[in-house]
Design a protein around this ligand. Sequence first.
Ligand SMILES: [Zn+2]
Length: 718
Amino acid sequence: MKASLLKRLLSLSMGLIVVGSASACTAIIVGKKASVTGHVLVGHNYDSSGMFVRHAFLPRRGDKPAMFWSQIKKPAGGEKVAHFFYNEYGVAVGSNNGGVMNEWDGATFELPDEGHYSTLTDGGIGYELRIRAVETAHTARECVENMAKLVDTYGYSENARNFFVADCDEAWVFMALKGRRYVARRVPDDAVVAYPNCLIFSHLEPGDIASRNIREKGPNFDLIAYYQGPRTWKSIYNCYRWQNMYRLGAGVELTMGEVYPFSVKPAHLVSVQDIKNGLCSHYEGRPEEVKERHPKKSPKTITPICRANTLEALVCILAPNSADSVFHMTVGRPCEEAYGVYQPFAGVLPPDVALGAKALDRLVNHRLPPTSRVRVAFYAGYGVRSNGCAEWIRLLTASPEVDLTFVDAESVCAGALRKCDMLVVPGGDSRTVRKALGDQGAECIRQFVRAGGGYLGTCAGCCLAMDAATEPERGIGLIPYRRLGSKDVAMMPMRITDSGATALGLPATTRPVRYSHGPVLVPIAEDADKDRHFDVWGTYAGDLDDPGKSFAMRGNVAMVGGTFGKGRVFAIALHPESFVCTRDIVRAAMSYVAGRPVTFPVRERASRALSVGYFTPVMAGITTAQALAQLDVEPSIDLFPIAADEIRFNMLDHLDVLVLPDGVAAWYARQKTLLTPHLADFVARGGKVYGWGEGARHLPAQGVSCRNFGEVLQSLLK
Ligand SMILES: [Zn+2]
């Protein structure tokens, strides 16, 4: 890659990486001759507070392979360093925090005989190490060699990190240490390696790949003693996770307090279930059992493998062909959530058999009389945000049972709802939506629902449904609730109540659902409106570390459903539309409100679809919604809504085209320093940029200026 871009990415990421972060993680790697399936297996818990996980598929771009990306995002944008990637050649990479290094405590990175922190080139490489290494690697070994080269060239800018790098044949652990230091070791085929958050082997062995400064110290050099000391690996924070992961994952008991081996020969062949048993453990039945299963983190308490802040559990079964590899994943703690099974590269059909979106829709639709389709009005007007909308639009346009129209405050007031069966209001800012609607718009929606129309609101859409008397700035009076506000983004566990389970046809379980600044619903004391009949369908089953918040979320209301007059209403404070694993909640809610089944089939894409990014920093009304929907239904287009984070973290690398729309002048102005340099690199790599209106004014020199969106779409379909 070009040094200039790397330099820019580095300078961006330097400000974002929290040194000595609270992230934990536990990993286990099983050699192919040690597993029941005969595959290399990798298990990993990703632990970190105040983050959420997003799964993305990055399409092939030039010489860069397609990649499955488990992305850890910060609420306010930005990233954590523990992302997991799996490329289409079958190479997987992820990591654990490697613990604090000795020199860190001394407030200096200098060691008398070694490279110095200040000798890092361009600030060193940190977050980008794994992406740069995996995006050209055909094998795990090649990925490790790429990492070695990158650390040799730039120096590692973080404290210490243990990467697992695996393909179908072999797995490696790459320990990167601050400065130009690294050691990588292959996992023996008949062995199991498990590790928590510390350096995990001390002396070099033949076959290790190590940086020169470590090689030169010779075979007797104890790198753990020199760089870290026993305090970190002996801490109860690490020891019990280490010991129990080997016990549950490999059937091997280790004595507490000894130096742990790099690998063990398992007592039996290791199964996927053995790994899952390890990942969800709180040491049940053992003296060290953590009784309060997910205590707040403290260095003085024993840390379970499944922790308060476990965001994702992942088990990879790595097959020779990446299309056959299977990932079992939870989005949340593995002791509370079922695993979803993913085959990230299994979905692409050869071009001659690919049906395309419209063919699939036709196949389903031709059996449905037109009147049985649910006429859905989606509020895309002032006050809603693009990120939530894009997911909603994708779902609704894919549903064969849905006839979709977009509405805003003006069209609602003009009677647009009369031709619809239900209204969907997505996330955003409820005060802005309420203000835009005015009293007239609010009354139109109330009349619509009272007469039998449906209402479904998520997050801001939920707030908009609230009681009008107690929430005059936000509510239109559909549900007898007011709100308490909290500001954070997280995967929040939500308990589905018995009445919710019955009404929605879902199991009465607790599951993580994406939360983003949503309300805590509080029932109003006396509901004078006899038209409203609601039940609590979901409650928060966890809480947030929000210092500005003086109330507990746990046990309070997160989801309600019932009737207002003749119409059905569903309101949820969270974002079930955000992730595949919670879309069954959306499907059940849509079906409840519509009074008939609504489905969201996965849409087929042409195997050589054009990757199109659509710049949507804010929702610019119905026009934007329509543009997203029009692009999304084209089988020859793979659509990616692009905001600041996606630009900052290389999403443009994977696009063929970027569309800069009209109508977001203020945002363009704010992001000019980010957008302009990335656009220049994008064009230099052969990317095409189209724009119209305000977007055309920000085109790079080779960009294509269009008169309107229609012209852009025509060009893309040529
Ligand atoms: Zn747990």
